[in-house]
Design a binder for this molecule. Structure first.
Ligand SMILES: [Zn+2]
Ligand SMILES: [Zn+2]
Length: 386
């Protein structure tokens, strides 16, 4: 009998309590251990990390700038539409498909020009240099919900959502980290150039200016040469199309790290607290199927059941249909699925005469288990014997 999976919520993870070894259970590889509730001490309180002033200033500053959206003079429906389009263009193509599924997990292949395009779109989301993002996310997968995890909500919900990136680990050498977690990217001058001297930040800043210039140009022409009209339209595109959109994509990405490790259902018995979260999946174009993703990080598809909608994967498939994407890594289904209650399950068994018969799970002999067939509660594409 498996232990029940611990229910986590933002509330029981909210207080950053320090733990001792006595009341702390370290996640292990088995399903029982992975479902144990673990609390991790805050690296800040432990003195292992310190606030990074530049990061705090940028995150705070851009949030304050986004408040300009409340100024009626800066509103335009075009700006709002451009903002929504930007969430897809920069967030989904840049972060979700580019930074995450392509560069971190290499779940498909494409030409270099397309890879760099995805990366540049990701840079325009102000989530850090490509190499650092990839290294941190690979580290997250290696140590998910353990002490070395850069952003586990087992420290606190806020830590996982944004605090972790406002701090710097005191003993971390970025050279060593890059070499260990992103050796493929540090050999590419394109990514090195983006990383060097904060180039990625200036790329983001330059793209926000381009939004203003484009809006100013269109606004001036459309309004018969009125400078005020151009200023108003350019500013609305800057605020809504670039600043507000940057903040929106931030919180969408951060929700994958926080909400999807706290709330939702589990399909796979992974050694972490990852969850499949409907809300996060909807706002992130499929990234919220995070338990699926932790079970198969390299698979291009995060949605494993037909109703787990994964628009980002649909984009990847569409790109493959027109020949822009190749070698999509499929879902293999090699991680055990979370089981239903034993008494509710039936084993389909082929007996010695080759006939199919069904017996209750709790009535089956160990020998029956070894020759059972997939049951109805398991997805056909990924089913495996119980
Ligand atoms: Zn995760
Ligand atoms: Zn991942």
């Amino acid at each position: 009998m498996r232990a029940p999976i611990a229910r986590l919520s933002p509330f029981n993870l909210g207080n950053r309590m320090k733990t001792t070894r006595d009341d702390q259970t370290i996640s292990g590889p088995s399903s029982t251990e992975s479902s144990s509730l673990v609390r991790l001490a805050s690296p800040l309180e432990q003195g292992r990390a310190a606030w990074k002033r530049e990061h705090v200033a940028v995150v705070l500053g851009v949030h304050v700038l986004a408040m300009l959206a409340l100024v009626p003079w800066l509103f335009s429906w075009t700006g709002v539409a451009v903002g929504f389009a930007g969430i897809f263009c920069f967030g989904t193509l840049g972060i979700n498909i580019g930074y995450h599924r392509l560069l971190t997990h290499r779940s498909f292949k494409c030409a270099k020009w397309l890879e760099y395009t995805f990366a540049l779109l990701g840079v325009c989301c102000l989530q850090g240099a490509t190499i650092r993002w990839v290294a941190m996310h690979r580290m997250h997968h290696q140590f998910s919900d353990k002490e070395e995890d850069p952003h586990s909500p087992l420290v606190s919900f806020l830590w996982a959502h944004l605090e972790w990136m406002l701090t710097e680990q005191k003993n971390r050498s970025w050279l060593v980290t890059y070499d260990k977690y992103a050796p493929d990217l540090i050999r590419d001058y394109f990514y090195l150039a983006l990383d060097r001297k904060g180039t990625w930040f200036f790329v983001w800043a330059a793209h926000t200016v381009m939004f203003f210039v484009a809006g100013f140009g269109v606004g001036t022409l459309a309004l018969g040469g009125s400078l005020v009209g151009g200023l108003q339209f350019g500013s609305s595109l800057l605020v809504w199309g670039a600043i507000v959109r940057t903040v929106a994509v931030w919180h969408i990405t951060w929700s994958v790290n926080s909400l999807s490790h706290v709330s939702g259902y589990r399909s796979y018995e992974t050694a972490d607290q990852s969850r499949n979260n409907w809300f996060v999946s909807l706002i992130s174009m499929g990234e919220g199927w995070h338990n699926n993703h932790h079970a198969e990080p390299n698979s291009a598809a995060a949605g494993h059941r037909w109703w787990e909608i994964d628009p980002a994967f649909s984009v990847i498939r569409a790109l493959s249909l027109v020949g822009l994407v190749q070698d999509i890594v499929p879902v293999r289904g090699h991680i055990p699925r979370v089981q239903a209650k034993p008494v509710e399950r039936l084993l389909a068994i082929i007996d010695t005469d080759g006939n199919r018969k069904e017996v209750r799970f709790d009535e089956a002999t160990p020998d029956d288990h070894s020759r059972s067939l997939p049951t109805d509660d398991q997805d056909s594409s990924n089913s495996r014997a119980a």
